[in-house]
Design a binder for this molecule. Structure first.
Ligand code: ADP
Ligand code: MG
Length: 324
């Protein structure tokens, strides 16, 4: 379990992480989602004790990272910037890590095998592709057989096979009862991997919800309509108590409407339709809306608009942000 409480990081004027409070639980994959620059990597560095919080606290099973004995056996992490000596082989890199954490040499071979690097284990890391580098980073994270795993944007730059492999790995680690915390700036990626979702924007918490709830709340369904008789259709729809919104390019949208109902109404009034299609807004759009609002709110107003504050309202709208 990873627990954050009011975690904050400032770099000069910049508030990179702003009063974040949430818990990452075992047995599931928790996705950490936010646009580039939202503060994901900074948060993860603070969890690992690589960056000192300006305020707040983060604990791993109740302890600070530096209090953990043989930390690699407790929490394994793949960070965005990998620290592999370019002249060192994959095998030697892992062996050094193993020796400094009381981990056996046999385990080095096991993890090389798990990530599929056995064949290139003796090659120097500087010749590694991005994908091989990611796999080596994951091998290092798995080395101590830790109960908690953290991956910062693990699928960045990977080919489809590598992406599929990582997704499967995350899920299997979680199904073994481990805590899995993985960041991404892509909603589509999270939708395929995560059971729980923590969304941040500009360092602030925007959502802390199960993936299922997020999908249920954000998959807007609507009907898209194009017609050469726009005015007439609008009148007819209005008469039937249906609100249509013009979205440009001659397109009308009816939120939550039934295509059959609209089609029959149009037919009854002899209105020609060029398009009548039920649509499902993508989760990516929902994510964009969520984070765009945070940006807009930050730029123009001093108080959160009604209905926008998340459940833990005291966290995102704290004093640190107001000064920022
Ligand atoms: P993410 O991983 O979500 O893309 P980061 O945590 O890397 O976001 O960055 C959050 C914000 O903090 C960004 O605006 C970034 O420019 C800033 N930042 C990160 N590290 C530093 C640093 N060492 N010094 C100054 N600013 C930083
Ligand atoms: Mg990052």
């Amino acid at each position: 379990m990873i627990e954050l409480e009011g975690l904050t990081k400032r770099y000069g004027e910049k508030v990179a992480v702003n009063n974040l409070s949430f818990t990452v639980r075992p047995g599931i994959v928790t996705g950490f989602l936010g646009p580039n620059g939202a503060g994901k990597s900074t948060t993860m560095r603070m969890i690992l004790g690589l960056d000192r919080p300006t305020a707040g606290d983060v604990r791993i099973d109740g302890k600070h990272y530096h209090q953990l004995k043989d930390p690699l056996t407790y929490i394994g992490a793949l960070l965005e910037a990998r620290g592999v000596h370019p002249g060192r082989s994959a095998h030697n890199h892992l062996l050094c890590l193993a020796q400094s954490n009381g981990i056996s040499k046999r385990r080095v071979h096991e993890v090389l095998d798990t990530v599929g690097l056995t064949a290139v284990a003796k090659k120097k890391a500087k010749g590694f592709s991005l994908g091989m580098g990611q796999r080596l980073g994951i091998a290092a994270a798995l080395l101590g057989d830790p109960r908690i795993l953290m991956f910062d944007e693990p699928v960045n730059g990977l080919d489809p096979e590598g992406i599929h492999w990582i997704r499967t790995l995350m899920k299997s680690l979680a199904s073994q009862g481990r805590t899995v915390f993985v960041s991404s700036h892509l909603m589509s990626e999270m939708a395929l991997t995560a059971d729980h979702l923590v969304v941040i924007g500009q360092g602030r918490l925007l959502a802390d919800t199960s993936m299922a709830d997020f999908i249920a709340q954000n998959s807007r369904s609507y009907v898209r309509i194009r017609t050469p008789q726009r005015e007439r259709l609008l009148d007819v729809l209005q008469g039937a108590g249906i609100t249509a919104v013009e979205t440009g390019g001659g397109v009308l949208e009816v939120d939550g409407g039934k295509a059959e109902h609209i089609g029959e109404l149009a037919a009854r009034h002899r209105i020609t339709l060029h398009e009548l299609s039920p649509q499902q807004a993508s989760l990516e759009e929902a994510f964009m809306r969520l984070t765009a609002e945070s940006v807009e709110y930050h730029a123009h107003t001093g108080t959160p608009p009604a209905g926008q504050a998340p459940a833990q309202a005291q966290a995102p709208w704290g004093e640190g942000w107001r000064k920022g």
